[in-house]
Design a protein around this ligand. Structure first.
Ligand SMILES: *Cc1c(COP(=O)(O)O)cnc(C)c1O
Length: 235
C-alpha cells in the first residue's frame, strides 16, 4: 500500500481510538516520523494530509529542509539532541520533543535568546527506568521544571516518553499511565516558562493504547511509511 492509503488508515485508527476514549479526535496531533524517508516521500505524505513531520537526526533534517521537503506541514524534532547541535534547530522546528537534561534546556534557551525567540520544548521522561534510554527520571521532573524558570528562551509545553520495547501494546499501558500521572501532578504546580499542554507518546505499535491514556501527540513512522531498511553495517 502507498503512503496516502497508509496515512488514511492511521488517521482512521486515531479517530476510532479517540472516540472509544470519549475524546475529540481533533485534539490529537499526528506527527509522521519521517526518518530515512527522502524529500519526495515526505512531500507525498504532506500532500496526502500529514500535518506534521518529526525528524530524529539533525543532519537529515537540515538536508531535507534544504530540499524543501517539509513545505505545508509543521516540523518537530523527536530524536536525541546533542547540545552542540541545538543551534541548528532553534527557531527552525516548532517543537523539540526530546529534551533530556538541564544542560540542554540551558543551551536551547541561550540560542533562542540570541535569535530573539522562545523555543517550545517537551521534557523526555524515562518512564521505564532503562539505563539505555535518555530522559529525566520521574523524580527529577519537579527540579527540571523549577529550573525552566531560569531559562526564558524556552517554554516547556509538556512531556514525552518512549517506553521500553514491549511485545504487545497492553504491556506499554503502565508507562503511558505513568506519563499521564506525571503530566497531571506536575501540571498542577505553577512553574515559570512551563505550560503543560502536550503528552507525546505512542508509535506505530501502540498509539491506540497511548490515546486511551491521554496522548495528544502521537509519533508514527512505520504504519505510514512502511518498514525502514537500515543500511547494512560495514564489516
Ligand atoms: C522512529 C520514531 C518513532 C516512530 O516509530 P515507528 O515504530 O516507526 O512508528 C517515534 N518516536 C521516535 C522518537 C522515533 O525515533
Amino acid at each position: 500500500m502507498g503512503i496516502a492509503e497508509n496515512l488514511a488508515q492511521v488517521q482512521e485508527r486515531i479517530a476510532r481510538a479517540a472516540e472509544k476514549a470519549g475524546r475529540d479526535p481533533g485534539e490529537i496531533l499526528l506527527v509522521g516520523a519521517t526518518k530515512m524517508n527522502d524529500a519526495d516521500r515526505v512531500r507525498e505524505a504532506i500532500r496526502a494530509g500529514l500535518p506534521c513531520c518529526g525528524e530524529n537526526r539533525v543532519q537529515e533534517l537540515l538536508e531535507k529542509n534544504e530540499a524543501g521537503a517539509y513545505e505545508g506541514a509543521a516540523l518537530h524534532f523527536i530524536g536525541t539532541l546533542q547540545k552542540n547541535k541545538a543551534k541548528y534547530l532553534v527557531g527552525l522546528v516548532s517543537l523539540i520533543h526530546s529534551v533530556d537534561s538541564e544542560g540542554l534546556m540551558q543551551e536551547l534557551s541561550r540560542q533562542a535568546l540570541k535569535r530573539g525567540l522562545v523555543q517550545d520544548i517537551l521534557l523526555e521522561v524515562n518512564t521505564g527506568g532503562e539505563a539505555s534510554k535518555s530522559g529525566f527520571a520521574p523524580s527529577e521532573l519537579p527540579a527540571a521544571l523549577e529550573k525552566a524558570g531560569q531559562y526564558s528562551g524556552i517554554r516547556v509545553r509538556g512531556l514525552m516518553t518512549i517506553p521500553p520495547v514491549c511485545r504487545s501494546p497492553e504491556e506499554n499501558l503502565p508507562y503511558f499511565r505513568l506519563l499521564r500521572q506525571l503530566f497531571i501532578d506536575n501540571g498542577e504546580k505553577k512553574y515559570d516558562n512551563v505550560v503543560m499542554d502536550f503528552m507525546s507518546m505512542g508509535m506505530s505499535g501502540d498509539f491506540e493504547a497511548a490515546i486511551a491514556c491521554g496522548a495528544n501527540i502521537v509519533r508514527v513512522g512505520t504504519a505510514i511509511f512502511g518498514v525502514r531498511h537500515y543500511p547494512a553495517p560495514h564489516v
